[in-house]
Ligand binder design. Structure first.
Ligand code: SF4
Length: 297
């Protein structure tokens, strides 16, 4: 085997390994949150970034072997940012076996007109995009709208809300839109951004840069991102542990009186659960019971 054959073989092995991991994590998230059901029509939102390319790729891959039958429809919104390479996505999507639509809406001009010079335009831009996509999903009869946010986005949002919003909340893997008409899913909720980035690079997805509009996502998100990257570098495993904590919330050990009825606590029952069956169930369901006891000391 010559040098280039050896390199090609190594590359293939890396792609397969990453694909396997992303498939496993996406499949697990879909199952844990019952994201996709038999007969669903899933509108896969493609921005042209690495995350949405990877999401479409993995969903198509899972669709081929899934025990249920569901449809995928790829949708991109051309927001008319100057320099947006409008041929890239149609060219890429035409080669795949997936129906697709490109929605053309000049939200760029609207945003430029309404947002004062120098202010970040992302909030309004995203709201306009979301509104158009939700409406389009209804038009085509999509039962689910898939977005490409991943584990790191979820953690960043969690810290953003905590640091700047005074709320313990993040980006849910599955949610119903405010008007109740759309169901949004995030199949990459368990996937690591660095795996997605490596996969996108190896698969050579035709990524469209996301700074065409000249705006930048909030500085605060960038600060959080760097904080998490720094932790990941200096404390390997911390990101995984933090993400795990989002999946194991103990309301009785927080300070939210809306979430937990502290006022009705009675002695004799651990964690305020007065029904003995519930005690048994809660202990059986708790994945880290020892931790609760340690924290209670
Ligand atoms: S970076 Fe540009 S296109 Fe992306 S959300 Fe912000 S304003 Fe919109």
């Amino acid at each position: 085997m010559n040098m280039s054959e050896e390199l090609a073989k190594q590359q293939k092995t890396r792609v397969n390994k990453l694909q396997k991991r992303l498939r496993r994590e996406t499949g697990r998230a879909i199952e844990d949150f019952n994201m996709i059901e038999d007969g669903d029509k899933v509108m896969v939102c493609l921005s042209g970034g690495k995350d949405s390319f990877a999401m479409l790729d993995i969903l198509m891959n899972l669709q081929r072997s899934a025990p249920i039958s569901f449809e995928l429809v790829a949708v991109n919104m051309d927001q008319k940012q100057p320099g947006f390479p409008e041929h890239v996505l149609p060219e890429y999507l035409s080669k795949l076996e997936v129906p697709f639509h490109i929605i053309e809406r000049d939200t760029y001009s609207v945003v430029k007109e309404l947002v004062p010079e120098g202010k970040t335009t992302c909030a309004l831009c995203s709201r306009l995009r979301r509104g158009t996509l939700y409406g389009f999903a209804e038009e085509i009869g999509a039962t689910k709208i898939a977005l490409g946010h991943h584990r790191d986005d979820i953690l960043e949002t969690f810290f953003l809300n905590m640091f700047y919003g005074g709320k313990l909340k993040s980006m849910p893997p599955k949610l119903v839109s405010d008007d109740g008409r759309n169901m949004v899913i995030r199949p990459l909720a368990y996937a690591r951004e660095k795996d997605i980035a490596a996969y996108a690079e190896l698969r050579e997805f035709p990524i469209i840069p996301c700074n065409l509009c000249g705006s930048q996502d909030g500085l605060q998100r960038q600060v959080i991102k760097e904080m998490l990257q720094d932790w990941d570098k200096h404390h390997p495993g911390r990101i995984e542990t933090m993400f795990r904590s989002l999946r194991h919330v103990v309301p009785s050990h927080l300070v939210d009186t809306e979430l937990f009825d502290f006022k009705s606590l009675e002695r004799g029952y651990p964690h305020g659960i007065t029904d003995q069956n519930s005690v048994a169930n809660s202990q059986a369901a708790s994945p880290v019971p020892e931790m609760i006891d340690i924290l209670s000391l």
